[in-house]
Design a protein around this ligand. Structure first.
Ligand code: GLC
Length: 502
């Protein structure tokens, strides 16, 4: 590999590590999402027909969901599953120097902020011996979440790592084998219900533990571009033997049965499940037919299903980068992380002005916001989660009416900022600005005076700042309302202008 490309590669890596959410990282994020989805076989068809079952109609108005990524990786406070897949930074490059390849393989993974994970799949799974949360109290998590305004939760019942958080009769990698049959899902489901949150379960059909003797652990793009590396086994060494056709066929059948069986367990053991969140399909023939949407609805008639296994479902999903600015024409959800990692890591949280900005932007487009946090190995939310939830709670107390039960603006109206509507009221959202596309408090720019516009209206009765109820100066020019918001009235969070129309 030439010096120039080494420099490019190294500086590329540094850029991702050093700047948190720069424009470059946004592109890297979008690429990362596409690459991960290709690896786990996420179906990307964006069909937006949804169930009409009355029990499912809570979904489009739910607004805010809590995405909880929990599994073995919490033992070492690293990202979930992905640290065992080496070679991500190789991305779409062919690397000539074997020493460079070896180094990059050892120092892979994308959002560990400079901490090389140095973990093989076998080492990763060993964490199961140390995963036995003693302070697990989902009631505490969900009580705080409910107070902050979350309406539903989604917990990773089993991520790609393959460890099932319930005592499964399928496979040999669940709390049945490691925690004496303790059922972490049961406690979670009951806590959701007790606290009035809709119950969501995430399930990854791809299972890298079950598939460990068959899959290549090298990041698929790197594998394709660097075929001489060969297939890496769960110790990240090249495989020395190959499987027979019969072995592969038997394994694929067992894989199908395991996924089918586990999904059925989740849908039959815990009473009503409101939402099933798949993440990809198993790498076997007709992998998305392991269990059909019809079979799922036979077990849970009122359930909401995402489209990442079947290619169609009740809503479309966006992840990490909101790649639309159009009002959703069906049900839709955008998921992102409160830090930059799905699972618990000791890294900073993004500014709440940024998070709330994403939330109101989603609501202005009729999209739900599924916000990610990760519990510790002991089963607790770290202080940061509770502190940030308290900020959201306070914001909701003052501004909640702008996002609860509201709709995107109707066709004839347009605003210069994200906006929502209810009856004769319009809400205009002022988002804080961040230096260099940043997302952290340290990047926050001082709020400035501004003028926001709402076009397509006939008359105005009243204009106020929602948080303090104080009046704001405005003028109506033809069909356009212009509202002046002085810098002193603004906060580092999202400020809401409440407009009462005539
Ligand atoms: C992607 C990631 C997965 C994560 C999910 C959440 O599919 O690969 O790790 O759980 O996004 O949306």
């Amino acid at each position: 590999m030439g010096t120039k490309s080494t420099v490019q590669l190294v500086s590329g890596l540094l850029l991702v590590v050093v700047s948190f959410v720069s424009a470059a990282e946004k592109t890297a994020d979008a690429e990362g999402v596409a690459d991960e989805h290709a690896l786990i076989g996420v179906e990307t068809a964006q069909e937006s027909r949804h169930t009409l079952h009355p029990d499912a109609q809570w979904y489009p108005e739910a607004g805010l969901g809590l995405f909880i990524h929990w599994g073995l990786s919490s033992v070492r406070a690293m990202n979930i599953s992905w640290p065992m897949i080496p070679g991500r930074p190789l991305g779409s490059k062919r690397i000539e120097d074997p020493a460079e390849i070896a180094r990059i393989i050892r120092e892979s993974d994308y959002n560990l902020n400079g901490r090389p994970p140095e973990i093989t799949p076998n080492e990763y799974w060993k964490m199961a011996e140390h995963f036995n949360p003693q302070r697990y109290d989902p009631d505490k998590w969900l009580k705080a979440a409910k107070k902050a305004g979350f309406q539903y939760a989604v917990l990773t019942a089993r991520h790609h790592e393959g460890f099932a958080l319930w005592p499964s009769d399928y496979g040999d990698f669940s709390t049945k084998n490691y925690m004496g049959g303790r059922d972490l899902i049961k406690d979670y489901v009951e806590a959701c219900r007790r606290n009035g949150l809709k119950v969501g379960l995430y399930y990854s059909p791809p299972d890298w533990y079950f598939d460990r003797d068959y899959m290549n652990f090298l990041y698929y793009k790197a594998a394709r571009l660097n075929p001489e590396i060969g297939s890496l086994g769960p110790d990240l060494k090249p495989r020395t033997s190959t499987k027979s056709k019969d072995d592969i066929a038997r394994h694929q059948e067992a894989y199908r049965e395991m996924v089918r069986g586990q999904v059925k367990e989740l849908l039959t053991r815990y009473g009503t499940i409101d939402l099933l969140w798949f993440d990809g399909k198993p790498p076997i023939p007709n992998g998305n037919q392991c269990i059909t949407i019809e079979e799922i609805r036979q077990l849970q008639p009122g359930i909401v299903i995402n489209p990442r296994l079947h290619g169609k479902g009740d809503f479309v999903t966006y992840e990490r980068t909101l790649t639309t600015d159009k009002v959703a024409d069906g049900w839709a959800e955008f998921c992102n992380t409160w830090t930059t990692c799905w699972a618990h890591m000791d890294i900073p949280f993004r500014a709440n002005g940024y998070i709330l900005g994403q939330f109101v932007t989603c609501r202005s487009l009729g999209i739900n916001y599924l916000l990610g946090v990760g519990p510790t190995a002991d089963g607790e939310f770290c202080d940061g989660i509770y502190e940030n939830m308290a900020v959201v709670e306070e914001w909701m107390q003052k501004n909640g009416e702008s996002v609860r039960g509201t709709q995107p603006l109707g066709k004839g109206q347009k605003a210069s900022v994200p906006a929502t509507a209810r009856g004769s009221v319009r809400y205009l959202f002022l988002l804080p600005a961040f230096r260099n596309n940043g997302a952290y408090d340290k990047d926050l720019l001082k709020p400035e005076s501004c003028t926001v516009q709402l076009q397509g209206i006939d008359g105005v009765a009243d204009v106020r700042l929602l948080a303090d109820g104080g009046k704001l100066a405005y003028r109506l020019e033809a069909d356009t309302l212009k509202v002046d918001v002085p810098a002193e009235r603004r906060t580092p969070l999202v400020d809401v202008v409440r407009v009462e129309l005539k």
